[in-house]
Design a protein around this ligand. Structure first.
Ligand code: GTR
Length: 404
């Protein structure tokens, strides 16, 4: 009987009238029931939430490695017809030299240095983010860490998601690396990624999942940016689409050096409230992608109401830094309304810091775009994707906070 029930709830619900009645945990109330009434108390509450998210959902990441080296492996001073300097940087993830990121970066030429930057992971390889021939294909070490049988996708395949020239013309550097560099985004590939190295061979129920490993790698990329004089590491926006939007949110919570966070179509276990159980739900995500989160998280399959937190508290942990949540009207799998509501329910924490946020609980119409205080939101008409339309709005938002 119960098997039957759980199979039913694992089917995605798209009917608003079937969203269960739910009560969200209050970000400004400690687990003990005591209210948070000052910024100093929020510091403690935030630490309590971080601990809960680590133990129950993302898993525990290792501390930043010491003595990790960087190497600039390529410089092209006149990329995009002179608009930009392109660099490739090898960023070591462990002392063995067996695991590294190859970060591709474009810095606008002629702009006053250091410049603000966007940093985000790509799905299929640096060479898929642009047609530029100068961008290297993955090397032998990278391919070995992606696991056997990996087929290198064609150059420029995902270029529409990375409108580099537009970003550069607006005065921002842009930096990216392939998701598979730290940890392959493939089921059953634990043996190939960085998680295993730091887990000491085998995972525990609260060992980091791959979303945590990707987020941690964004922090390592930021470590490098702190040493690159062309970029202002105090003005870096971490950005991501979909599973990598989930990752950008967690990176922003984990590492307060990120000055801004942008999550595009991040959906279930990203910006969307889990308790709405609308579109993709925890049972579905933990079954399709059992390696994204720690194994404790599976306890909440078909039991969202028993989570000790919800995703609005992930947004709250980014406060008071600027945060942008974007949705697409046809991307119901990601629950656009639930993504928006997370902003609304994180607003009390922004207010504690003296910034306004969203308070209207009605669903914004397709095509709407709004900034209130340090929160931005839009819902693009169309499908799950990240295109120039989205970037135009991210840049307008970033101009408010990251330009001098
Ligand atoms: C889907 C997954 C979503 C989202 C998406 C993506 O298959 O169910 O949570 O992450 O992939 O990353 O494009």
């Amino acid at each position: 009987m119960s098997v039957c029930l759980s199979a039913q709830t694992r089917e995605a619900n798209y009917d608003e009238s079937k969203v269960p009645a739910y009560e969200l945990p209050e970000p400004l109330v400690f687990s003990s029931g005591k209210p948070v009434s000052s910024r100093r108390q929020w510091k403690k509450r935030r630490a309590e939430l971080m601990e809960l998210f680590r133990e129950r959902m993302y898993g525990r990441e290792p501390s930043a490695p010491k003595d990790i080296s960087f190497e600039v492996t390529k410089v092209v001073p006149d990329a995009f017809g002179g608009l930009s300097t392109m660099k490739e940087v090898r960023i070591m993830l462990d002392p063995s030299g067996e695991h590294y990121l190859v970060m591709l970066m474009f810095v606008p030429n002629g702009a006053e240095k250091p410049v603000p930057a966007f940093l985000g992971i790509n799905f299929k390889g640096n060479h898929t983010t642009t047609d530029l021939e100068e961008v290297s294909l993955p090397d032998e070490v990278q391919l070995r860490n992606y696991g056997p049988g990996y087929q290198v996708p064609e150059r420029g395949l995902n270029a529409r998601r990375w409108p580099y020239e537009y970003i550069l013309e607006h005065g921002y550097a842009v930096c990216t690396f392939c998701v598979h560099d730290p940890e392959p985004d493939l089921k059953g590939h634990y043996d190939y990624g960085i998680r295993k190295v730091y887990d000491g061979g085998s995972p525990r129920p609260d060992s980091w999942g791959s979303v945590s490993a990707w987020a941690w790698s964004l922090c390592r990329a930021l470590d490098y940016l702190c040493k690159d004089p062309s970029v202002d590491a105090r003005r870096v926006a971490v950005i991501g689409h979909s599973r990598l939007g989930k990752t950008a949110l967690w990176a922003g919570a984990m590492d307060r050096r990120f000055a801004m966070v942008v999550a595009n179509d991040s959906g279930c276990s990203g910006a969307a409230l889990s308790r709405r159980v609308y579109g993709e739900n925890l049972g579905i995500i933990n079954t399709s992608f059992p390696y994204w989160f720690c194994s404790n998280y599976k306890e909440y399959n078909d039991a969202e109401a028993s989570l000790p937190f919800d995703q609005h508290e992930l947004i709250a942990m980014i406060a008071p830094r600027p945060v942008y949540v974007a949705s697409a009207s046809e991307d119901l799998w990601a629950d656009p309304y639930g993504e928006y509501l997370s902003l609304v329910y994180a607003t009390p924490v922004y207010r504690l810091f003296g910034y306004d946020g969203f308070s209207d609980t009605s669903m914004p119409a397709a095509g709407d775009s709004k900034v209130i205080g340090r929160m931005g939101h839009h819902i693009r008409e169309g499908q799950h994707d990240c295109i120039l339309y989205d970037w135009e709005r991210f840049i307008t938002f970033a101009d408010r906070f990251l330009k001098k």
